[in-house]
Design a protein around this ligand. Structure first.
Ligand SMILES: [Fe+2]
Ligand SMILES: [Fe+2]
Length: 474
């Protein structure tokens, strides 16, 4: 079904035929808009931004690009089409027809899954709300707003499920999604990484590379769900998510390019000298990488988890690319390696695979991350610089799981607390690093101009030139 933009709430779920649901969502809509004006991008009102808007859920040509006046973006409800005859692909209900309604026995579990996913969407908008004031270019400002409006739409996607399938409890949860605040001491967002600050553009690009990629893996696992509306809505969210990770990967890639070229032309690898030249030295890039990877790895949850087992056995949350895995899709006797510390060393033990699904998803995520970091390293090498970023060991700087609080180096060695603390400055961003990065953040808004610390992109958005006027301030 095509997306109907004549409605107050654009949708492809025939909202007009369910008046009760339509009224409930139209009641939530102004609450969303007042949240957006309070917590959405700072001082963006009235800007015309060259944004993509979903016009269809067809893979070929799903989006249209045009200027949109903030905050008049048309947030809507878009689900991928129903797959006729779809069945539950895994767990105890494998082979049964996929559910079009919430099975009573899984009601509270599914609601929790939807709320936890939904909570991350407004959280990242809140974390990023001041960045527009220090954008390194119009191109980047546009990308920031694109990510922000789509995270807002992802919130709509989850709120639709809450309203349509979870009755009164769902409506209450939808309200609460607008009340929690990232980093708030009394009413914080649900997951740790979404309460961290995103104070500068280096953090933003790291966040969209690492933490939006966690989003990709969580959404992929939910896209396998036996609860069909959840599978269909997350499938469409994944289409949008790809651009968020592109923003992160290309953003960091452009910073590395600028730094590596500066290192080559000035024949120096001295961080102090490079900072004088106004670029971000590679050891600082490594420390930011270490921080963002480690806080994101925690988002996957405990290595051995009975919740994860229940989600899987219940048919609610699958593995990454479940249908491509050649096994029984029930995990009745399989095992999976997990890490623990024994005698001062990290050792591998075998856990029941059904309990180790968080760890498996984390490992799938890490493999994807390693590939992305490899692409960054090629940019550094191409500039003739002998330096490679590395992905730290998954036990490094963890707060959740068996390795939580353990003193593990980025190389995966267990050391004493004293040694670890003495090295912290080498491994994680220091106040001084953050202050330096902060000092670079100015506001560049002349079309085609870029801040000194970041290279221009190789091409613009939607075949527009790099010096296109991506945002008009009016
Ligand atoms: Fe999202
Ligand atoms: Fe995202």
């Amino acid at each position: 079904m095509a997306i109907d933009y004549s409605q107050k709430i654009p949708n492809n779920v025939d909202l007009a035929s369910d008046k009760t649901l339509q009224r409930a969502l139209e009641h939530w809509q102004p609450h969303f808009l007042s949240w957006w004006s309070e917590m959405g991008p700072d001082e963006s009102r009235g800007f015309d931004v060259y944004l993509r808007t979903a016009v269809s859920v067809d893979h070929k040509g799903w989006a249209q690009f045009d200027y949109v006046k903030m905050p008049d973006y048309r947030w809507g409800i878009f689900l991928n089409p129903t797959e006729p005859g779809r069945s539950v692909g895994f767990g105890a209900h494998k082979g049964e027809p996929a559910w079009q309604e919430v099975p009573g026995e899984y009601r509270s579990t599914l609601r929790r899954i939807v709320v936890t996913q939904g909570d991350t969407e407004p959280a990242s908008v809140e974390q990023q709300r001041h960045l527009g004031l220090t954008c390194p270019s119009l191109y980047d400002l546009r990308n920031l707003f694109q990510v922000n409006v789509e995270e807002g739409r992802h919130l709509w996607a989850m709120v639709y499920l809450l309203h349509a399938y979870f009755g009164r409890d769902g409506r209450e949860e939808a309200e609460a999604l607008l009340q929690r605040r990232s980093g708030d001491a009394d009413n914080p967002r649900i997951l740790g990484a979404f309460n961290e600050q995103t104070p500068d553009w280096l953090s933003f690009f790291m966040f969209t590379f690492f933490t939006d990629r966690d989003g990709k893996y969580q959404l992929s696992a939910l896209a396998e769900s036996g609860f069909d509306p959840l599978a269909r809505t997350t499938r469409f969210m994944l289409t949008e998510e790809a651009h968020h990770m592109f923003v992160g990967e290309s953003g960091i890639g452009r910073i590395l390019q600028r730094t590596a070229e500066t290192m080559a032309s000035h024949k120096t690898d001295d961080p102090k000298r490079l900072r004088e030249l106004g670029v971000i030295d590679l050891p600082t890039m490594q420390r930011y990488l270490n921080f963002h990877l480690s806080v994101t790895l925690d988002l996957f949850g405990a290595d051995v988890s009975s919740n994860a087992a229940n989600f899987y056995t219940g048919g609610l949350k699958g593995r990454f690319e479940e249908s491509k895995i050649a096994d029984d899709h029930q995990l009745l006797s399989a095992t999976y390696p997990v890490l623990e510390i024994a005698d001062g060393k990290i050792v591998t033990t075998e856990a029941a695979a059904v309990n180790a699904l968080n760890e498996r998803l984390r490992d799938d995520y890490i493999a994807d991350t390693v590939a992305g970091v490899g692409r960054w390293n090629r940019i550094i090498q191409k500039a003739g610089i002998d330096f490679a970023l590395t992905v730290p060991h998954k036990g490094f700087n963890r707060r959740i799981g068996t390795l939580a609080g353990a003193c593990v180096t980025p190389q995966g060695e267990v050391v004493s607390r004293e040694v670890w603390e003495a090295k912290r400055r080498e491994w994680l961003p220091s106040d001084e690093d953050r202050a330096y990065v902060h000092s670079l953040m100015g506001r560049v808004v002349e079309p085609g101009k870029f801040a000194n610390w970041i290279a221009p992109p190789s091409r613009g958005i939607n075949s527009q030139p790099v010096d296109f006027e991506y945002v008009r301030f009016n």
